[in-house]
Design a protein around this ligand. Structure first.
Ligand code: SF4
Length: 292
């Protein structure tokens, strides 16, 4: 098959647009889950909190303002067909320029610091001494079959990100060990993760692969359960365990601590069992577009 030329300008503009839309509009599946949660929460304070969250998100969409003051770190997943050929400039620079433009045009908080040691102040300077823009987000690219492109733009709030965790278990820990890691992570997070949360769990692979898998799991639509019946059942079991902790909406007590547990798995070494838990807050923002 012939290669398909795609201009990075379109990519830059699309990233800029999606970062704004993601910050103004909570995904419909999450908003629906919050409405359902408000109807079934037993705690009066928890119920009121959920109702206020729903109202907040409805107003943000109508008035076109960010859903939360923490516009987070932009995380971009670009799945591109192996027959795609990007033209018109640097793919890397186009994505980061798009994040930069969207952050500015959408009046989003510049939550990213270019230097994690905080010694240098650089991320939002126009360009480095060589004229290239500084990175202002996290980008993952993946080559897939075909000539299509799938772009996912998420804004990751750090209340929840800070409380995420990774453990290298041993095979003997088994499924009970996986459950314990998730439940302990949520218990330790408490109110800091801005519950009700979405729990992404990556099991298997290697150290870094499980963390990436957990991030993808946290961004999976809540209406989708794992296709493997035993893993779908495990998602449900862990959700029940987590919601029995009593942390509740915003940590004020109640039955709804999490909206969903999403598990993804990868093959791993016979001597290991990596488990990563990526927490997403109630302001989990994601937008996807497919271009086939
Ligand atoms: S973790 Fe989420 S809800 Fe909490 S402050 Fe950050 S973006 Fe907002």
């Amino acid at each position: 098959m012939a290669t398909r030329d795609l201009d990075v300008t379109i990519l830059r503009e699309t990233v800029a647009r999606l970062i704004v839309e993601a910050n103004y509009n909570i995904p419909a599946d999450i908003l629906d889950a919050l409405r359902v949660a408000a109807a079934r929460e037993e705690s009066p304070l928890g119920r009121r909190t959920l109702e206020q969250l729903v109202r907040n998100y409805e107003m943000a969409a109508v008035e076109r303002v960010p859903v939360c003051q923490d516009s987070g770190v932009a995380v971009v997943f670009l799945e591109m067909g192996q027959d795609v050929h990007w033209v018109g400039g640097s793919l890397h620079d186009a994505i980061h320029s798009g994040i930069r433009e969207g952050t500015k045009s959408g009046y989003l908080r510049r939550s990213v610091t270019g230097d994690p040691t905080r010694r240098l102040k650089m991320a939002w300077e126009p360009a480095d001494p060589k004229g290239r823009p500084y990175d202002v987000g996290v980008v993952h690219t993946e080559i897939v079959p075909g000539s299509g492109v799938r772009l996912t733009v998420a804004s990751k709030g750090f209340g929840a990100e800070n409380m995420s965790a990774m453990r290298m278990l041993v095979p003997a820990d088994g499924v009970p060990g996986i459950i314990d890691v998730v439940v302990e992570t949520v218990e330790r997070a408490g109110a800091n993760a801005c519950p009700p949360i979405i729990i992404g769990v990556g099991v298997g692979g290697t150290f870094e692969a499980s963390a990436l898998l957990a991030k993808k799991a946290a961004l999976r639509e809540l209406t989708i359960r794992n296709a493997r019946p035993d893993l779908a059942e495990l998602e449900s079991t862990i959700l029940d365990r987590v919601n029995a902790l009593g942390i509740g909406p915003q940590g004020l007590g109640g039955r709804v601590t999490a909206l969903a547990v999403n598990i993804e798995v990868l093959p791993t070494h016979i001597a290991g069992l990596p488990v990563a838990v990526n927490l997403g807050c109630h302001s989990t923002r994601r937008m996807r577009i497919d271009r086939s």
